[in-house]
Design a protein around this ligand. Sequence first.
Ligand SMILES: Nc1ncnc2c1ncn2[C@@H]1O[C@H](COP(=O)(O)OP(=O)(O)OP(=O)(O)O)[C@@H](O)[C@H]1O
Length: 233
Amino acid sequence: MIRFNQVNKTYPGGFLALKNVSFQIAPGEMAFLTGHSGAGKSTLLKLISLMEKPSSGTIHINNQNLDNVGYRQVPYMRRHIGMIFQNHNLLMDRTVFDNVALPLIIEGYSQKEIRRRVEAALEKIQLSDKQKCFPYMLSGGEQQRVGIARAIVNKPPILLADEPTGNLDPKLSLDIIKLFEEFNAAGVSVLIATHDLGLIARMRYRTLTLKSGNMITDGIVDGLHSQTEVVSE
Ligand SMILES: Nc1ncnc2c1ncn2[C@@H]1O[C@H](COP(=O)(O)OP(=O)(O)OP(=O)(O)O)[C@@H](O)[C@H]1O
């Protein structure tokens, strides 16, 4: 589903943000991605969502080598990937309904289908009663859930989240992760980048750890130890 093989990413200016990174996420798997600020977490997610290109190495998404994806195919590939951001990137002058509808409008769905799908997505995040509200009328946790509804409204098989619980208290963070677990139980592959080691330890999912662009461990975080060290090929 997601496969990195010896991927390097150098940004213009020469900064090496990812170094020889290899890993796989299986279809239907849920995993965390962690590491210090600047370790390369967002860069890794941007490579999966085709917002950046690797400098060397290969990336496969759904068995498609991204090297062979021309820029015209990028929007098609992105339809398979839901992306959630820490600051949720909602349009503040549009209602909750319109924000969630956005990906479907871009894809040219009919009005009837848009209403059906948006209502289903809002029900899933338990915000059906707020569909006419503007984002500023919602709490931080509610805004984050709207961002999640927008990411899943076109039912992508892959969900990527970049610090989705960054501004939320522990209880709300757990609610958001539980929502991801529900999507995962329905077969969606989920990769969540986070600094929140407490959350990771509580959840006991596979965790990929980056340090200065190197993938240093890959495994279940269980208290202080027990991750597998990644041995470079
Ligand atoms: N567009 C860019 N041009 C140049 N350097 C960049 C660019 N984007 C990121 N970097 C650098 O690459 C490194 C990795 O950045 P990245 O955003 O992937 O880290 P991160 O682990 O997500 O950090 P944080 O947790 O603080 O968001 C950083 O040193 C950053 O300065």
